[in-house]
Every structure is written in C-alpha cells, then in structure tokens.
Design a protein around this ligand. Structure first.
Ligand code: SF4
Length: 539
C-alpha cells in the first residue's frame, strides 16, 4: 500500500503525541521546545495536517503555545522555537480527527483554564462514544466550539468529578474519596497522593469512567506531565529517558551513561533517537503515570477493563501505521512485519510453479519490505526489488492534467525492469484497501516485462470501518467487500492473490510478546478484519 497516495483512498493514522520534561535545576539548559519539535518530526508519519507545541516555564506563568496547519518543519522555525521557552511541554501532530481537517482551531495541544488551574492536553485516538459524551458535556452547561474529540476530552477534564465536593475533612481517606468520584474500576497505586495529584487524578479517572476507548493522552498540569492510556491500550504510548548526547569523536563516560537529563513521552519510540532519548517502557493499558522533575515516573493508578475483557492494542499499528523502527509491547515493528511475511509464505505458497520460469519475491516499497524479506527467507525464493520509489512526488504543488493523472502510480514508482523481465513476480503488499494502487502496480510490472504477477498480502482482508482513530473508507468502498480473493485476482489482472489469515497475523504479532510478557494479558483489536469490536458500538 502506498502511504503517500491520496489520503481519501487509504488508511490513515490520526495523530502523534510527544512530551518532554527536564531534570536538574530550572530554568533548564535543555532546549525543551526543540526536543519536542524533533520528536514530532519523528512522528510525522502519524499526521501531516497540523502540529502544535505548548510549553511551561513554571506553574505560575502562562503557557507558551504555537500551532498551525502543515508539516512540523513548515510550522516551526528557530524564532518560534526560541519563543517557546519552558522546562516542560507537550506537542501534537495531527491528521484529521473528528470535526474537520482545515481548521487551525482544531490543532492541538488544547489549553483550558479551569477552576483547578491551567491544563494542556494532546491526544491520539478517537472516542467510540463521542456523540453521547458531547451530549453529557452540553447537559452540564459547557459549550463546545468544535467537533473535535480533543476539545471534548479537555472539557471532560474540566468538569468537577461527581461527589468530589463531599470532602468534609481534609484528612479523609483519599482513596475512598477518589473512588467515590468515579464509577470506573481501578487500582490506586500511589497511596500518598499530593493535593495536585489527587485533583488531576480524580478528573482523569472520571473521564476514563465516561469513555472506554480510544485514547492515549498527555496532559501538562502544575509543572508535571501525565501520560494516560485507555484500559484497552488501543493506541501506543511509551516513556523514554533523555540522556547526554555522545561527544564528538568520543564515547560517553560511564557517569554520563547513567545520567537522566529528563523524560519524554511519545506515541512511538522511533522519535527517541533523534532527541537522544532511550525507551524506558510502554505506558500500560489503563495506566496513569506522572512525570515530574528529578523523579522516576510514578504510576498513580491503573484503570481496569470491564468484564475482564482483553486488551485491544490496534493490530494495524504493527501492519502499517507504526514506523518499523518503533518498539511496541517490547518488540520491533520491523520484526513483526518480517514474521508476517514468513507466515504468509507458510500459508500461501505459489501453487503449481512452472519450472521453466524464474520466480522472485518483491515488495511494494517501502512499508512492505520487511514482509517481502520474510516471505523470501521462508520460501527460499530470491528477494529482488522491482520498483524505485520517488519519495518527493507526494509533495508536488502541480495539479496534474487529466492525461498525467491517468498515469497513476507511474508517477511514484519507476519499474526496475531489468530485475524482473521474463520472470514471475510474487509481489508482497502489507494491505489492500480499495485495490487502486495494487492494480496499477500489477499493470506496470506486466507492461515492463513480468511474465505474471502473484499478489500476497501480509494482512487479512479489510471488511469493516474503524471507530478508534483510523480513517478507513466505508464498507462499500473496501475492495474485500466487493470481491473474494479469486475474483479480486482476476479483476486486478494477477495470477493469484492470497491474504494472510487473521490467526496468522495474531500469531506473528503475539508470539514475540508472549516470550517476554510475564503473565501480562495480551490482546489486539482486529475489528476492521473481523467485525469484533472491543466494546459494543452504541454511540
Ligand atoms: S479497527 Fe482496525 S484500525 Fe481500528 S483500532 Fe481496530 S485494528 Fe486498529
């Protein structure tokens, strides 16, 4: 699947979030805004429409903020970054969430001034019950100015949690008080809550009791960052340590290796190396973590899933959305994609091969490269590249004429024809959405000399929409709902077409986690493949 094709035709992730807080004396010598900016560049694949950064110097000074439409590199320059002074901050890069795409007002992070202080919020995901939640907020007398989930979350956090005013005695048992304020089923990990911790925790727990998923959140409040992941762990979120960069021409001293200059939180760990951060760990499903200066991250509470349901981490993060160099649930996304290719070769070898023809395995670049390598490794069929991809075509400002528009993928993929002329190509793609791109690629290969093209897809067919933060075309538009695999091969002009099974995908994803998970519950959302959503859809 070509990630740079028209966004209306493809799957698209909806947002990346990044936070940083400096250790040591404040004002810090770390350039917090620059770290967040670079972190967001590392998450650019999760959203390209808008971005924003909000920083905080000290709790009693108003936040600094800058948000705009466009890529991170177009929005921020040295001057803007210099103006974003602070010791901590949060950032966001946006695809389009609920509420429209062309509105800078929807760019995050959101900042609200509440009765308990100023809070900045950035989130990734989509609330499955947002319509009902909007109604709840409006009935509480709070106006909503946009259709965005981020504003909804921010307003939910501004609401006074029910019964929080019932405190009669300052020394009353805090756990009981917080429990009264929320209907959610949670375990309080930090028993000696400070006043500000109790304030924000009550509100976050209340918010979490109002909506089951999908959200990974970062909040900035009272000189601290809070990282929150929904109880299903649907969207990824991880914590990293900022370490001193290596000296020019020399390694770090052992003391420097141990030094932690600050903490970062990110949707994906791929953003860490560019800011000299190392992954610390994932934020666990349902976990509420506090990050403060000169302290280790502290889990305040864990919210449990109702009815002992399993986690529902989005399996498509592994298939397509996440960058291959990211670590999710302790495993590298690249490794999982390679395993998917291996499994695909076991499940779907090319049948009845002609001994007179040479077979090669090739990827649709770039996201399918690991799966093609896995397929080649497992099948023993040589891996050969058949396309050279033009990485800049997506950024052109020229509106192509009708004649040029008809060229379709030829603008993006140049055939490496000498690599495959007279050969049978087993073309590996990571997924098919509408079939437009793969159909054109098959034609391009055949026009350039391939004898035949077999298609192998390293994920199961997409049949259902996603309501948890991924833009998937409607059920009617999904090609898997129009043709079965045999018909689809015929329609696309392929010699054969087979998808990876759901069981094969789950095995490829979960086998690597099981080895390390130490009895942790393992579960993944496969709703767009199976129609089994993590919670009933009752919006
Ligand atoms: S429905 Fe599909 S894309 Fe959406 S969260 Fe589930 S697995 Fe991910």
């Amino acid at each position: 699947m070509d990630p740079e094709a028209n966004r209306e035709t493809l799957l698209a992730e909806k947002c990346g979030i990044f936070a940083a807080i400096a250790n040591g004396d404040w004002p810090t010598s770390l350039d917090v805004a620059q770290i967040i900016c670079l972190g967001l560049v590392g998450l650019q694949h999760r959203g390209q429409e808008a971005a924003g950064i909000v920083t905080c110097k000290f709790g009693n000074i108003p936040f600094s903020a800058h948000r705009n439409m466009g890529l991170v590199s177009q929005i921020f320059n040295d001057q803007i970054i210099k103006a974003l002074t602070g010791n901590l901050g949060i950032g966001h890069t946006r695809y389009s969430t609920m509420g429209g795409s062309e509105n800078v007002q929807l760019a995050q992070p959101f900042v609200v001034h509440t009765s308990y202080g100023t809070i900045a919020v950035a989130h990734n995901g989509e609330l499955v019950n947002s319509q009902r939640l909007r109604q709840t907020i409006l009935e509480n007398g709070v106006g909503l100015s946009t259709g965005s989930d981020s504003e909804l979350i921010t307003q939910c956090l501004s609401l006074k949690p029910p019964k929080i005013n019932k405190r009669k005695d300052e020394n009353e048992n805090i756990e009981k008080n917080v429990e009264e304020a929320n209907e959610s089923n949670f375990t309080l990990i930090e028993k000696n809550l400070q006043r500000d911790e109790e304030e924000i925790l009550s509100r976050v727990l209340h918010f979490m009791s109002l909506t089951p998923l999908s959200y990974s959140l970062i909040l900035m409040y009272e000189e601290c960052i809070y990282a929150v992941r929904d109880p299903f762990g649907n969207r990824p979120l991880c914590i990293g340590t900022l370490v001193p960069p290596p000296h020019e021409g020399g390694p770090r001293s052992s003391q420097e290796k141990l030094a932690i200059e600050g903490w970062v939180v990110s949707s994906e760990s791929c953003s860490f190396p560019s800011v000299c951060a190392k992954i610390w760990r994932d934020v666990e499903p349902g976990e509420i973590v506090k990050l403060a200066r000169n302290k280790l991250p502290k889990t305040l509470a864990i919210v449990h899933r109702k009815e002992d349901k399993m986690p529902a981490t989005c399996i498509f993060e592994y298939v397509y959305f996440a960058r291959p160099d990211s670590l999710i649930e302790g495993q590298m996304v690249y490794t999982v994609r390679r395993k998917c290719g291996q499994q695909l070769a076991i499940e779907a070898p090319v049948q009845g091969k002609d001994p007179k023809i040479e077979y090669i395995v090739a990827p649709v670049p770039e996201s399918s490269i690991p799966a093609a390598l896995g397929f080649s490794q497992q099948s023993g069929i040589p891996y050969v590249e058949v396309f050279c991809k033009n990485r800049y075509v997506g950024r052109t400002f020229i509106q192509p004429s009708t004649r040029l528009r008809r060229l379709g993928v030829a603008k993006k993929f140049g055939p490496l024809s000498h690599n495959f002329q007279g050969k049978s190509v087993i073309l590996i793609d990571d997924s098919i959405v509408r079939g437009t791109t793969i159909g054109q690629l098959i034609r391009l290969l055949k026009d350039s000399g391939a004898v035949e093209v077999h298609i192998r897809i390293a994920s199961p067919p997409l049949h259902y929409p996603c309501y948890m933060g991924i833009n998937i075309p409607t059920k009617e538009e999904l090609i898997a709902n129009q043709y079965n695999a045999r018909q689809l091969a015929q329609y696309l002009g392929a010699a054969s077409l087979v998808h990876l099974s759901v069981e094969g995908l789950l095995k490829s994803v979960q086998s690597g986690i099981r080895d390390k998970s130490q009895n942790k519950a393992i579960g993944h959302c496969t709703a767009c493949l199976t129609g089994c959503y993590p919670v009933p859809l009752d919006f």
